[in-house]
Design a binder for this molecule. Structure first.
Ligand SMILES: [Zn+2]
Ligand SMILES: [Zn+2]
Length: 228
């Protein structure tokens, strides 16, 4: 049954209780897609037709270069560039603009993950409703980032009214508590620049900016060389 495909993975990633469990599931799917596209799927004609058409976003081009070999990426680019050249027409500016606009906003890997994530969200809601053990595990999560909080709120519409209220409350309480922790850490980080607090301990605030950006966007930004 397709709707129960990700049950084992969901239980595993929620079992880690470290960061947003949905981010962790997303990263697993992303890694699988990158490995597939730079490996076996690269030469498949149907896949190539699709990658020629939609291309890749910057993040996924970068990951393909980080994790894959350079030749598969070059072969993908070779036929992708050919298709782009065919679609660009200097005497048809409107059609060319429309094509380039859709190309800028499409990515083969993002599209594949989006389809799978829709099943993941739906399965999380399904497990919460039908599996008492998972419901307990869900309540023990340390946090959900805001994009995944939003996605789970949307997925919870498949629940009945009473269940939906309980699910959204459990999900919302975890998110609110984690945001309050982040607020406290950011407050303390700012206070540390006041001379009255200069000698105090940094507590848990040194990476509060990065953790907050991660909670807002799903992505942990790179630190500069600053010690603070
Ligand atoms: Zn997340
Ligand atoms: Zn992408």
């Amino acid at each position: 049954m397709a709707e129960h495909l990700y049950t084992i993975a969901i239980n595993e990633h929620f079992g880690e209780k470290c960061g947003c469990p949905v981010c962790s599931l997303y990263r697993m799917l992303e890694k699988n897609e990158i490995e597939t596209i730079t490996g076996a799927a690269m030469m498949e004609p149907n896949v190539r037709i699709q990658t020629n058409k939609v291309g890749f976003c910057y993040d996924h081009f970068s990951m393909m270069l980080t994790y894959g070999k350079r030749l598969p990426v070059a072969l993908i680019l070779q036929s992708h560039l050919e298709e782009i050249r065919d679609r660009i027409n200097p005497v048809k500016p409107d059609a060319t603009e429309k094509y380039l606009n859709s190309l800028e906003h499409s990515c083969y890997v993002c599209d594949r993950i989006a389809d799978k994530m829709a099943s993941v969200y739906s399965n999380i809601v399904y497990l919460w409703k039908n599996d008492e053990k998972f419901r307990k595990l869900f309540a023990e999560q340390p946090r959900f980032c805001l994009p995944h909080y939003r996605a789970l709120l949307a997925a919870s519409k498949e629940l009945g009214k009473k269940d939906r209220t309980a699910f959204c409350e459990a999900l919302g309480n975890i998110t609110v508590t984690s945001l309050e922790t982040l607020s406290g850490d950011i407050d303390w980080f700012c206070k540390k620049f006041d001379y009255r607090f200069a000698k105090e301990d940094w507590k848990n605030s040194k990476d509060a900016i990065e953790r907050t950006v991660e909670a807002l966007t799903t992505k942990l930004p790179q630190r500069n060389g600053d010690d603070i």
